[in-house]
Design a protein around this ligand. Structure first.
Ligand code: MN3
Length: 200
């Protein structure tokens, strides 16, 4: 039976300071993400969803208005796992196939970073900004609330949380500052490069 899991963080809770504080990480991972996992598991227990892989739970519940709570909690659990794996205090630069692909699709890393910043600043209210692989090119996309690239059939390579709880403790309402600090210092490009290579 499939269960949602709260993944261990890939770094120490203070690893992203001074940009993202221990207090934010404690609440974001230990409270917000954990709540989505716990609520999601409670909702899927004993239902058809309990036999599905997480991506399938997301796709099936998205098409069922009666399963809105399942979708919201399962998709948020998934999106947060993608967020944690997108961050690192020592993420380096894109390498190999991803480095080349960024050159082809955006010109250079600075242009991609500017696109991530712009998409995040312009996103209205809560949601997510992602660098995705669309099967023939890279794209910077945004999603509202719990929506996810899984619904578009796209593969997320970098996922950025733009819900206020991701940054309010550290920079209050200054989302552009949160985005700039994260994009310049905390994206795990080594991990994103490995995810790109694993697309096959
Ligand atoms: Mn969040």
């Amino acid at each position: 039976m499939a269960r949602l899991e709260l993944p261990a963080l890939p770094w120490a809770q203070d690893a992203l300071e001074p940009f993202i504080s221990v207090r934010t990480i404690e609440k974001h991972h230990g409270k917000h993400h954990k709540a989505y996992v716990d609520k999601g598991n409670g909702l899927i227990e004993g239902t058809k969803y309990a036999d599905m892989a997480v991506e399938e739970m997301i796709r099936v519940s998205a098409g069922d208005v009666a399963a809105r709570a399942v979708f919201n909690n399962v998709a948020q659990a998934y999106n947060h796992s993608r967020y944690w794996e997108s961050l690192s205090p020592s993420g380096g630069k894109p390498v190999g196939g991803l480095e080349k692909r960024i050159k082809d699709d955006f010109g250079d890393l600075a242009s991609l970073n500017a696109a991530l910043q712009d998409k995040g600043e312009k996103h209205f209210a809560s949601g997510w900004v992602s660098l995705v692989w669309t099967d023939d090119k890279l794209a910077v996309v945004d999603h509202h609330d719990a929506a996810t690239p899984v619904l578009d059939g796209h593969k997320p390579l970098v996922t950025i949380d733009v819900w206020e709880h991701a940054y309010y403790i550290d920079v209050q309402n200054e989302r552009p500052k949160y985005l700039k600090q994260l994009i310049e210092n905390l994206i795990d490009w080594k991990g994103a490069s490995a995810r790109y290579d694993a697309l096959g």
